[in-house]
Design a protein around this ligand. Structure first.
Ligand code: NDP
Length: 248
């Protein structure tokens, strides 16, 4: 890989599932991944596990403790990466939570958590990276939204609401951005991960067991992201929707 193709890619929520798969694939491809999440132990283990790939590819995985619900935390995450590498090429806003429930369960704390992580977390990333991308004359925002950004089903009202919001914010960012800044939304269907573990509502948890039986591996999403960021600078992949072939 030519040095000018080696990107500095920040990934939020890289400690499991889709974020972890993105980090693993990008390190293998020779990129430097600044991997953020609250579970720093998981990120450190991932750095160790990917070290042989990094040695082969010239890339690397750099763990940073991150809580996306804190604006200052996300600003520090982006700043640390820029200080270390001199620039930031891609910000992947992937961190998310999905404690599904019907509205009449009134799990208002879980509604708040979804809004804080899935919406405020995304906005904190925009606030932190947009000035950096503008100053350096380029950059790439990638939002991991969801098929839930395109459809609502019972028990998904708040989660889908946050993902519709993530979709809208990312589309607005695309329309407003200078052409040197690329903006991509990736909307996956059901993918194997820890995402459903946070569901406390028994009805929603049961429904998810059947639904999630069709899940595809998170590397499928990593492949989509890899495609989007590898395009020439004048090509902006706006949105990718991918789901299991069995998910209708
Ligand atoms: P996981 O639960 O496996 O991963 C979620 C990641 O988000 C973890 O790394 C977690 O890290 C991180 N995270 C959660 N809260 C915070 C926080 N406050 N600050 C920083 N990081 C946080 O689920 P997935 O990999 O499936 O989810 C990744 C994204 O993909 C989410 O946005 C999800 O909505 C979306 N998605 C997933 C689908 C699926 O079927 N799996 C389908 C469509 C979209 P930690 O706990 O260590 O902080």
């Amino acid at each position: 890989m030519a040095t000018n193709e080696r990107k500095i890619v920040l990934v939020t929520g890289a400690s499991s599932g889709i974020g972890e798969a993105i980090a693993v694939r990008l390190v293998r491809e020779g990129h430097h991944v600044v991997a953020g999440a609250r579970r720093i132990d998981r990120l450190r283990a991932l750095a160790e596990r990917t070290a042989p790939d990094a040695a082969r590819s010239g890339g690397g995985l750099h763990p940073v403790r991150l809580d996306v619900t804190g604006r200052a935390d996300v600003a520090a995450f982006v700043e640390e990466a820029r200080d270390r590498f001199g620039r930031v090429d891609v910000l992947v806003s992937n961190a998310g939570v999905m404690p599904l429930s019907r509205l009449d369960s009134l799990l208002a704390d879980e509604w708040d958590r979804m809004i804080d992580v899935n919406v405020r977390g995304l906005l904190h990333g925009v606030a932190a990276a947009l000035p950096v991308f503008t100053a350096q004359g380029g950059g790439h925002f990638v939002t991991v939204a969801s098929i839930g950004a395109h459809q609502v089903v019972p028990a998904s009202a708040v989660y889908s609401g946050t993902k519709y919001a993530a979709w809208a914010i990312t589309e607005g960012l695309r329309q407003e951005s200078d052409p040197s800044i690329r903006v991509t939304t990736i909307s996956p269907g059901v993918v194997t991960s820890e995402l459903a573990d946070s569901i406390t509502d028994p009805g929603a948890a049961e429904a998810m067991r059947t639904y999630r039986a069709n899940a595809i591996e998170p590397d499928a999403v990593a492949g989509a992201l890899s495609y989007a960021i590898a395009q020439p600078a004048d090509v902006d992949v706006n949105e990718i929707i991918l789901r299991p072939a069995r998910q209708r």
